[in-house]
Design a protein around this ligand. Sequence first.
Ligand SMILES: NC(=O)c1ccc[n+]([C@@H]2O[C@H](COP(=O)([O-])OP(=O)(O)OC[C@H]3O[C@@H](n4cnc5c(N)ncnc54)[C@H](O)[C@@H]3O)[C@@H](O)[C@H]2O)c1
Length: 392
Amino acid sequence: MIEGKGTKTKSGMLRFGMVGGGTGSFIADVHRKAALFDGQAELAAGCFSSRYERTLETGEKLGLDPERLYRDFNEMAQKEAARPDGIDFVIIATPNHAHYPAAKAFLQSGIHVACDKPLTLRVEEAEELAQLAEEKGLLFCVTYAYSQYPVVKHAQQMVKNGDIGDIHVVVAEYPQGWLATAVEQEGNKQAAWRTDPEKTGISNCVGDIGSHIENTVSYITGLEIDELCARLDVFGGEGRSLDTNAHILVKYKNGAVGNYWCSQVAIGYDNALTVRIFGTKGTIEWRQEDPNYLKVVKLGEPIQILSRGNPYFYPEAAQMSRIPSGHPEGFYEAFANTYRKFTNALLKLEQGLELTEDDLDFPTVKAGLQGVKFVHKCVESSKKGSVWVKFD
Ligand SMILES: NC(=O)c1ccc[n+]([C@@H]2O[C@H](COP(=O)([O-])OP(=O)(O)OC[C@H]3O[C@@H](n4cnc5c(N)ncnc54)[C@H](O)[C@@H]3O)[C@@H](O)[C@H]2O)c1
């Protein structure tokens, strides 16, 4: 049984802290706003940077108590765990290399974790975190937030309900163009750590965006990878050692096949994650850059474009929608849906209630581990000359 600390603020909100998210960083601010979106949590503590003066600067801007601004995440985990009003969960949005030590520190201190992807640099580290969370009875969300768009949920429900029959082919891609030149040598901070193996891990492109393909396909289809065959290439900048483009063929356990492409050197593309799923009775296609719509083609019928917020959406998807159709929802709302489910589950725990499978319908540490395994299998296949490798 997972137990909450029962130390919520008067307003009944959860408290959270952040690791990462200093001035000039990218995704931590999305996390922060998304976690605040539904009024179920408030920011109480932070270690926003590995440089203390940066943490102080950010903490002051956010109006935090200076006592709760920390020099490093270990100090933050220990001191917050010791406070009667300590944080209920932490959000980790640092470059990849700090995910594992930070997540471990908070789990060991009895604090629930939400961490960005790829979860860790090594498979064993992700396994250890999964085990630790289970032993401690703590919730662990890994923010693969694309799965939390209402339209993606509807696609998942269509597959579950057999609307497109048995899946036989998946084609998915995530092209970006921002690393077409060596911007890491021109002061682009995000590019600098992503192209550095010490900070990003054994893969750049597959870890950064290929893992989103793996997660989104797996979430929609429920298909499990049996084997894969990958070719990773390094394009777009002198002196780079990590992949910026990858082609991956997949065989699933049910006999279906898949074809994934991710690239950071595809000039003209921003965040063009597209997933096409072909079944025996029809096809569905979802594009992250136009996330309110789902293309559906049933065998022998004309093309349909489903629009989020309409009554024909499955209830599981409809409840994730926030505003009427035609008023676009996007990235922030998908992130906020992730946090709504995560904080709903935490609040249930605070009340001593048991969690159902539905309560845990957010990407967990299991999805995080799966993502890290995927990255490693792709690298292994490519290094061996693009041979088929077993996934398990
Ligand atoms: N889920 C998504 O859609 C998504 C999107 C973008 C990035 N990400 C992931 O989010 C993470 C951050 O990416 P980003 O692009 O925002 O990076 P970033 O470089 O913009 O920000 C990283 C922040 O972490 C801070 N930091 C670094 N080491 C630290 C430490 N030891 N303690 C405290 N703070 C520390 C930096 O000072 C900076 O503020 C990465 O793991 C990335 O893969 C996920």
